[in-house]
Design a binder for this molecule. Sequence first.
Ligand code: HEC
Length: 480
Amino acid sequence: MRWALCLLMCLLMSMPLNAKPPWPAANSSPPAGWTGPVFQPNFDFPTEPPRAERHPWHDIDFRARPEAFLNAVLSYILEGMNTTTWDGRRNTVRQWYHAPWMHEGYKGREFIHGLTRERSSQTGELGPGQTKCYQNWAVAIANPAGAYTYGQVWGNGSALPDPRKSLFMRGTVFAKLLFTQAPASEVPLLKGSPEWEANIHDPSNVYPKGGADPCPNNRGRRFPQKVRLLQFDVAVRHNASESETGWIFGTFVYDGRIAGDIPWAKLKPVGLVWGNDPELTDAAAAAGAKPKESIVLSDFGLGRHFGRGGRMNGPIDSQHSACLSCHSTAQYQSIARMIPTAGASEKDVLCWFRNLPHGTAFGFGADSGHACGSSPATGVVSTDTSLQLAVGLKNYAHATGAHLPTGAEAVSANMRDVEAQRAAGALENWRQLSVDQRAMALERAAIDRGLLTQPIHRGDPDLTSDHFKNSEGGTQGPDG
Ligand code: HEC
């Protein structure tokens, strides 16, 4: 065992400095004889903050002209992109990147397009014609500003990741393409929608007979099947003086009922959200109160609110939550549920709808005897709404057994070496386990630890690239 660890360490130490990061691309390799596309993640993160850029949404008031704001963000994402492959490395205008460590577990990245399993859509959720529960799968990409922070957090794979570096600069943009297995014959919105092949779960396993959950996330065998684009999410790190959280989340739905040949012109905005409406209770919403920090433009004829209390959210997402609420739980360690506990009091539900300034950790949710926002003695650090950072870091820590630094502790350099060695050993053991064993181990991971009282606010009211050490004075645009 000891010599094996030594061998591994020697191998790691002899890796050339410019070696590709050792993070796996997907949950499994393509089967022998596979001739289709194979997902190639872009983990080649910029090591310098990108130079100033004037973004097309800069002059658009998102409250007054939400549709124009969202369309400007969408056009920026589509610029130079091959919309068949979505290969961000080959984009001729700017590169797009992927978050590491999303391969683990039964929801982990599949090998064809790097899709991860999302919440399934229950019968009827996507319209009256939908006859059964369908799987949804998605892939997210980050622009150079976002990828710079990925690189700060993850390094090049030769040392422990550092969650404390997860703060995104203004001008960061994420996009997420969500695909459904539902067919156009049942969901008219999907007519002519861009189709991908993806290595997803056996659909016959999705509906176990007699189970309590009519639409569970099964974990059966995977094989290549067709999925169709339905939802397109965006998140923009905006000016914190205009949006308390520092972020604007927006989403589009593919509407195949629109005439025309270009599918990407059929993405129509659902709306955008810049705050959680911290005082809007379920009872008030039921009595007709409307959110003031969300703008919803359309329900696409589906006849339902997509988000809790009418807050902005997408048709694929959970109606018990909303974009910004779920994303406010992004932290290391992942100690809070993403969605309020079912049956929680109005006061406890509102714990999930606080407007946390960007960089403020969510802490514990108001459940399991914890006070809303309290933190464990081991500390907790916000990943600045990035759930891919939160999920990736959680996967990494569980897989390797490493304790990653949080705001509450400073890890000395010498301790970091010890941890890195332990992590390398644990990673090797982990590799020996089957995919199913790994998934079970990740899920079993416990989340109760001690208590602190205050969320840690590392947030700077408005972080720009000036705050990043290699910035040479350039700012990420004058942009709000
Ligand atoms: C109930 C929880 C939940 C809701 C609601 C939700 N998301 Fe997410 N989102 C996630 C999770 C978990 C991930 C990371 C895992 C993944 O991508 O599969 C994620 C990832 C993303 C990413 C990739 C960037 C990142 O790391 O955070 C974007 C962009 C995104 N979501 C946008 C949205 C938008 C826009 C909405 C509303 C229309 C939304 N999300 C609603 C849970 C949620």
